[in-house]
Design a protein around this ligand. Structure first.
Ligand SMILES: [Zn+2]
Length: 319
């Protein structure tokens, strides 16, 4: 199937019961050529809402890409009510460089919804938000941990919003983090215009992790069933037992040195438990770190060389 090059995505013009591929231009590059993102559209045979899927707004966070590919490989649009609009790679320049931030070193997930006559990253963010996000009724945004860190499979969602809370539970994640959306994030900008949105944190950067990818695809089907867009038997794998953190905090090193982090992701820890130590280059133990309070390990550093203020672990606080 060829992918047509387009400047605008007009869903009303697309015939029902079909799958489409496009290259949607957002801005243009230094040659004056369009800077375009790949787009999938599944136009359902029956009417219904529009679910948006966006991945790799951080260019090195790629576990969401195969989730979207697999969904569109197997989906029958004749069985679909409504539309699925998916952008497997939002941040094109940084996807190609395997980097998190945009080409001007700005984090696109801090400047949403962008600015029409703004700087390089603002203009790109604006075009994406305007041409893609404003079209959807619900949004799932796929991320992973950052470079040098690993994550559990966890969801960031505003659990005080009933719709996004149910979208989050239906991912069957290892952990849910209640996290009212922050200004400038894609999720925050979407929620500000009334689009319920969740952020999926799918493991680690720069890799494909098949087990997490499969589980996340199941989560997308569970949301399609929730929105009455597709028949799918939703089985709550962990039911009410998914740990829901009310807040979270990063714990940092006091000094520089080689860092060893003790707990694994998803481990529960007690207040005062030894969670990490640092050694000097001769292997002498020079610092120890204890948990400031009880919680669950959402993510952790796997990057041993640290200056003062290096990240140790991301602690989820359950109450
Ligand atoms: Zn991210």
């Amino acid at each position: 199937m060829k992918a047509a090059k387009i400047k605008q995505l007009d869903l009303d013009l697309l015939e029902k019961g079909k799958i489409y591929r496009f290259w949607l231009s957002l801005t243009s590059d230094g040659f004056g050529d369009p800077l375009s993102i790949p787009i999938f559209v599944a136009q359902g045979a029956k009417p219904g809402p529009i679910l948006g899927l966006s991945s790799a707004i951080h260019g090195n966070e790629i576990n969401g890409i195969p989730v979207i590919q697999q969904l569109f490989r197997e989906l029958d649009p004749n069985q679909l009510s409504g539309t699925i609009l998916a952008a497997p790679v939002v941040n094109i320049p940084s996807f190609l460089r395997k980097r998190r931030r945009f080409q001007d070193n700005v984090d696109l997930n801090h400047i949403m919804p962008g600015k029409a006559r703004g700087n390089v990253s603002q203009a790109y963010a604006y075009a994406f938000f305007h041409k893609f996000v404003e079209q959807v009724d619900y949004l799932i945004d796929f991320h992973t941990a950052s470079f040098g860190r690993i994550n559990s499979y966890y969801i960031r969602a505003d659990m005080s919003n009933q719709v996004s809370a149910e979208m989050a539970r239906r991912q069957n994640p290892q952990i849910i983090l209640h996290n009212p959306a922050v200004n400038g994030t894609l999720r925050g900008a979407a929620e500000a215009i009334g689009i319920p949105a969740i952020t999926l944190e799918l493991g680690n950067p720069n890799v494909f992790q098949p087990a997490i990818i499969a589980q996340s695809l199941e989560g997308v089907y569970n949301v399609l069933a929730m929105l009455n867009m597709f028949d799918h038997a939703y089985e709550s794998q962990e039911g009410a037992n998914i740990p829901v953190c009310q807040s979270s905090k990063w714990i940092y090193t006091r000094k520089g040195g080689l860092l060893h982090v003790h707990p694994k992701v998803t481990d529960y820890i007690e207040k005062g438990q030894l969670i990490a130590h640092q050694e000097n280059i001769f292997g002498d133990r020079i610092a120890e770190y204890r948990a400031p309070q009880a919680g669950i390990i959402i993510g952790k550093s796997v990057s041993p060389v640290n200056s003062s203020g290096g990240r140790i672990l991301h602690l989820g606080i359950l109450k």
